[in-house]
Structure formats: structure tokens, C-alpha cells
Write a protein that binds this ligand. Structure first.
Ligand code: NAD
Length: 317
């Protein structure tokens, strides 16, 4: 199977490329705005993968690469929901337009199958556990809006042009080679101000955290086992972890275990942040997939791995 992974040199992409490389040649298209060549060094050096440095905003380039691909995975996006507050075009371009380009390139070149990385942010501010059909509340971030717009376009291209498409809505993904997210943010802040860790919000925010190995395995499981032309799946553990507990664990895993945690207050980190979210993993479970790590375990594993990446031998217990 020949695969193209758009955004494949990033956090999730680099784990997925390792799995896809076992099935056949992989081409990675990445502008390296966030991702790193080093993240996919193994598959590149073994000749199982090739990296094309370029942007998915270039439709002709994307079409050259979708030609002949059996599977296209689209992972490129604005990685941080709150960056949309500083530049309101960012999610439109990096999220929605790149998705259009991938779909149009696939239509032109008759590439048969797409896997897309969506997010639980499509459920908006809904504190109840959400199943795939619980879309009554709309997204409250520009990032979530770009994901829902992308999903709608994928549905339309699937129906109109016969594309087989798999959409997975992830919880918060954590693990080695993380490029963003709360734990990395906390570690960077601790390096700057070792005596105090500032945490946005009151710490009570709680979300499902998905280990990146479960994310990569779940994406391929959904693709392999989907029966319908368009499959939409939550990919997240059913439980959640609070920001307070992540902050406490990050302080303990850092070289600064005596740092005081200061909460800025308020129920959320920034406008558009959904303070509490839960996702029902039942649909993927019915097909036979269960995540290996609970939310708390995923966070623990990720914090230990990231502490080693950021602090090396200085990482705490
Ligand atoms: N990490 C999470 O918690 C999470 C949660 C839900 C959904 N997702 C989605 O999963 C996907 C992958 O996320 P990630 O955490 O690996 O982020 P990431 O930033 O590490 O990976 C995205 C990759 O896309 C590349 N990229 C960005 N814009 C590009 C463009 N225009 N052309 C080519 N390459 C481009 C970046 O350089 C990066 O390597 C994204 O679509 C993200 O929205 C992530």
C-alpha cells in the first residue's frame, strides 16, 4: 500500500508514518513549520519513507503527490487552538483550505481513500459525554470551526465523488515528540521561572487525554475496519484528567519540584477553550478497538517521556 501523509513530520504523523511504513512506501508532505525531519529519521534512513518539504496550500503540489497513493492521511493543521486568537486566518488556511486542497487533489487524481484528523472540539461546549451524532452545539474556537468545516467538505466530496473517507475525532493527544500542549507548555515555563508555574484557568478544566500510540493505532484500525463509505469515529479514552493534576505531575517530573503553582483563575484557559469535555468511544469499541491507556496513564507516560526530552538527566522523579 502506497501512502501519502500530509503533515507527517509532526507529532502524531511521525508515529503514524512508522506504522504505515510497515505496509509499503510512504511519502510525507510537510512544510516543517512545526514538524521536524528528525522525527521521521528512522523511516527516512531505511528508505521506507521520503519527505517532500512544501505546503499543502499548493494544490498542484498536493495533486502531484496524491497521484498513485492508495491512502492519503491529512494531518496538517494549526496545532494550537489558542493561536487562532492572534491570527484569525490561520485555522481557515491551515485547517480548512488545506483540507479542500487535499480533497480536490484526490478528486483530480482519483486517489481512493482519505483518513482525516478531526477533534473533539467539534462538539462545542458540551460537558456531557458526546457520541458521534451529538453535534447539537457548534464549536466555540476557530480551530474547532475549521475541523467541522473540513468534516462537512469531506462528507460532500465522499458523496459526490465516491471517496472513501475515515474521520477520527481525537481527544487531547499526548506522548513522545509532542510539539505543543499543556505539559510541554508547563515545562517551558518552569525553565524560565523555576520558582513558580503559572497555569491558565483555575485548574479544574478536564479533558480526555489520548496516548499518541493509541492515536496512531486507532486511526489505522478505523481505516482497516470501517464498513461504510464515510466513517466518523471518536478516538479518545472515556475518562478525563484535570489540568490541576497535569500541573502537579509536571512540577514533580521537572528539576524544580518545589515550584509553587499559581492559577490565573476563571473556568477556562482562553476564549474558545472548552473547559470540560468527554467523548464516548463506543462506536470504535463496537468495531473491536479499545485504547490501551486510560487518560491518567497516557498523561503519566507522556509527562515522563517529555521530561526526558526537555530536561534530559535533570528530569525529576
Ligand atoms: N495533538 C492533539 O492533541 C490533537 C487533537 C485533536 C486533533 N489533532 C489534529 O491532529 C493533526 C496532527 O496534530 P499534531 O498534534 O501531530 O500536530 P503537529 O503540528 O505536530 O503536526 C502537524 C504537521 O503539519 C505540518 N503542517 C502544518 N501546516 C502545513 C501545511 N500548510 N503544509 C504542510 N504541512 C503543514 C506541521 O509542520 C506539522 O508537522 C492536526 O490536524 C491536529 O489538528 C491533534
Amino acid at each position: 500500500m502506497r501512502s501519502l501523509v500530509v503533515g507527517g513530520a509532526g507529532f502524531i504523523g511521525s508515529h503514524l508514518v512508522e506504522l504505515l511504513a510497515q505496509r509499503g512506501p510512504v511519502t510525507v508532505l510537510d512544510d516543517l513549520s512545526v514538524g521536524r525531519r528528525d522525527f521521521i529519521r528512522g523511516p527516512l534512513e531505511s528508505g521506507q519513507a521520503e519527505l517532500v518539504v512544501g505546503t499543502a496550500l499548493d494544490l498542484d503540489l498536493v495533486a502531484r503527490l496524491t497521484a498513485g497513493a492508495d491512502l492519503v492521511v491529512h494531518l496538517a493543521a494549526n496545532p494550537e487552538a489558542r493561536w487562532g486568537l492572534e491570527d484569525t486566518r490561520r485555522d481557515l488556511d491551515q485547517g480548512t483550505i488545506t483540507t479542500y486542497n487535499v480533497l480536490e487533489a484526490m478528486r483530480r487524481t482519483k486517489a481512493p481513500a482519505l483518513v482525516f484528523s478531526s477533534s473533539g472540539t467539534v462538539y462545542g461546549e458540551n460537558p456531557e459525554p458526546c457520541g458521534e451524532l451529538d453535534l447539537g452545539l457548534l464549536p466555540i474556537s476557530l480551530y474547532g470551526a475549521s475541523k467541522l468545516a473540513s468534516e462537512a467538505m469531506i462528507s460532500a466530496f465522499s458523496e459526490c465523488f465516491g471517496l472513501r473517507a475515515t474521520i477520527c475525532r481525537f481527544g487531547n493527544v499526548v506522548g513522545p515528540r509532542g510539539t505543543h500542549g499543556a505539559a510541554l507548555d508547563f515545562f517551558r515555563k518552569l525553565e524560565k521561572t523555576p520558582a513558580e508555574l503559572e497555569v491558565l484557568g483555575d485548574g479544574s478544566q478536564a479533558k480526555p487525554y489520548l496516548h499518541v500510540t493509541d492515536c496512531a493505532a486507532g486511526l489505522l484500525f478505523a481505516f482497516d475496519n470501517q464498513k461504510e463509505k464515510l466513517g466518523i469515529y471518536n478516538l479518545a479514552p472515556p475518562d478525563t484528567t484535570s489540568v490541576r493534576s497535569i500541573a502537579e505531575r509536571c512540577v514533580a517530573a521537572s528539576p524544580y519540584p518545589n515550584a509553587k503553582i499559581r492559577y490565573t483563575g476563571g473556568d477556562r484557559g482562553w476564549p474558545g477553550d472548552v473547559p470540560r469535555s468527554r467523548m464516548k468511544p463506543d462506536k470504535l469499541a463496537a468495531l473491536g478497538f479499545r485504547v490501551r491507556h486510560t487518560s491518567d496513564d497516557a498523561v503519566d507516560l507522556a509527562i515522563r517521556a517529555l521530561a526526558r526530552e526537555v530536561f534530559g538527566d535533570r528530569a525529576g522523579g
